[in-house]
Ligand binder design. Structure first.
Ligand code: PHE
Length: 445
């Protein structure tokens, strides 16, 4: 069977940016930053994106392009007769863990879209937005129905091949989402009390850095937000043609992704302080803050409608890249069609998603890790542990298994002086940083 290819380099860029920009930038970024003290977290996060995120992104895409295979197959091909390929299963495992909660949260976004469409969120519900949201997510089947809808949309796109739907939709909706976010940021900044939010985001409280959890949280957020370490970018890279140059693509994706995160921080935190919401409210944070902003805005109902529509599309362009990881692998291994494979994988993720959703209702007492509920526990294992481990494995492959000239060639860096810096970052800085953060968190150092 001939493997598929992207139509154009722009098609790849849009798909990869679409993968990177999603709930991670708006929903996950705000609550993780809110939980970890704001400013200090933002600085660490930016440092990780620059030192480790963008260099690793380049490494990951280049592995896929060179091997032209899925996340397990690529390691097998490039490092034959070594156990390297086993780390590909971290990627497969994290795709299941992440998409099953991602679909639940994206389902919440569709529910909000629906409420703006039928007008019920134009004014505050009787119980307030916080109350209404709490009632909704704790319902036994209501949120699950929206999760199902999101999962079906994701499967339909993946089974029809990523090219047409996603490439086309991204071209319109990414710029639209950016425009709305910029507009919202200005509005949010004009609210009474907004300056507290700006301080929270940009004035680092250095004492926050003494807690080892903030490092692993910032590392996990960098991986999650850039879609790194799972093999999503690797798989997308495997559909690239050799003549497409990689370094500028990786940089472009990194800049776009960071832009969306910082802008959504500027939307959320001024509003959080203006409306007296607790910045460490966790995963529900944006779902409580945003409707409060929309209600205060002129034409807020329309803005809310368009915003949630764009957010759903941004989520879809990320979720397809997640589902593509196990789909590409199991298609090859089991010899199934794309259709059958994506339906079966998506169905398994949906069933896991039911558990995630019930974790906000009848299973709210279930806390697999410490006091973390089901969603937070799955997110913790996947984003803070499995993704960085996957990234570590890729960095080691490029830095230590490949020769230097092979590594530079794979990334179109032959003869480039920036390539030298990139090489040493991936060979030494990335692995050492990931290991130090793990050891620090485990209390070993
Ligand atoms: N980067 C996506 C987001 O920010 C999520 C994602 C994680 C996608 C891992 C692919 C792989 O929403």
């Amino acid at each position: 069977m001939v493997r598929e290819k992207w139509g154009t380099k722009l098609g790849f860029m849009l798909a990869a940016m679409g993968s990177a920009v999603g709930l991670g930038n708006i929903w996950r970024f705000s609550f993780v930053a809110g939980n970890n003290g704001g400013g200090a977290f933002l600085l660490l996060y930016l440092a990780f994106v620059i030192l480790l995120g963008v260099p690793l992104l380049l490494a990951e895409v280049s592995i896929g392009r060179k091997a032209e295979s899925d996340v397990v197959g690529s390691f097998k091909k490039l490092a034959p007769n070594t156990p390297w390929y086993l780390t590909g299963f971290f990627g497969i495992a994290s795709s299941f863990l992440i998409l099953s909660f991602y679909a639940v949260v994206a389902g919440w976004a569709i529910f909000y879209f629906w409420n703006y469409l039928n007008g019920s969120y134009f004014t505050s519900p009787e119980v307030g937005y916080e109350g209404a949201f709490g009632q909704f997510i704790s319902h036994s089947w209501h949120p699950i129905a929206w999760t199902a809808l999101f999962m079906i949309l994701t499967i339909v796109i993946v089974l029809s091949g990523v090219k047409k739907g996603i490439e086309a939709a991204n071209k319109i909706f990414m710029p639209l989402l950016a425009l709305i976010l910029i507009g919202l940021a200005f509005f949010s900044l004009s609210l009474d009390g907004a300056s507290e939010g700006v301080k929270f985001l940009f004035q680092p409280d250095w004492t926050a850095l003494s807690d080892p959890s903030i490092y692993i949280a910032a590392l996990g957020q960098a991986f999650f937000s850039l879609s790194l370490g799972m093999g999503a970018m690797l798989t997308y890279g495997s559909y690239l043609r050799k003549e497409n140059k990689l370094p500028s693509a990786a940089l472009g994706i990194g800049i776009m992704d960071t832009f969306f995160a910082v802008i959504s921080g500027l939307v959320i935190f001024p509003a959080v302080f203006a409306f007296g919401i607790d910045p460490s409210s966790g995963p529900p944070l944006v779902f409580i803050t945003l409707p409060s902003i929309f209600e205060q805005m002129p034409m807020g109902g329309i803005v809310g409608l368009v915003f949630f529509f764009a957010l759903i599309l941004a989520s879809l362009s990320s979720s397809v890249s997640i589902l593509e990881v196990p789909t590409a692998y199991f298609m090859r291994i089991l010899g199934w069609t794309r259709f059958a494979t994506s339906v079966v994988m998506g169905a398994i993720m949906f069933v896991m998603g039911i558990g995630v959703s019930l974790g906000f209702g009848i299973w709210s007492g279930v806390t697999p890790i410490g006091d973390l509920n089901i969603l937070d526990s799955m997110d913790y294992i996947a984003s803070n542990i499995l993704l960085p481990l996957g990234g570590l494995s890729m960095a080691l492959l490029i830095g230590w298994y490949f020769s230097k000239s092979e590594a530079l060639e794979a990334t179109d860096f032959t003869g480039s002086s920036i390539g030298q810096i990139w090489y040493y970052l991936v060979k030494f800085v990335t692995p050492v940083m990931i290991l130090l953060i793990f050891l620090n968190k485990l209390g070993v150092i």
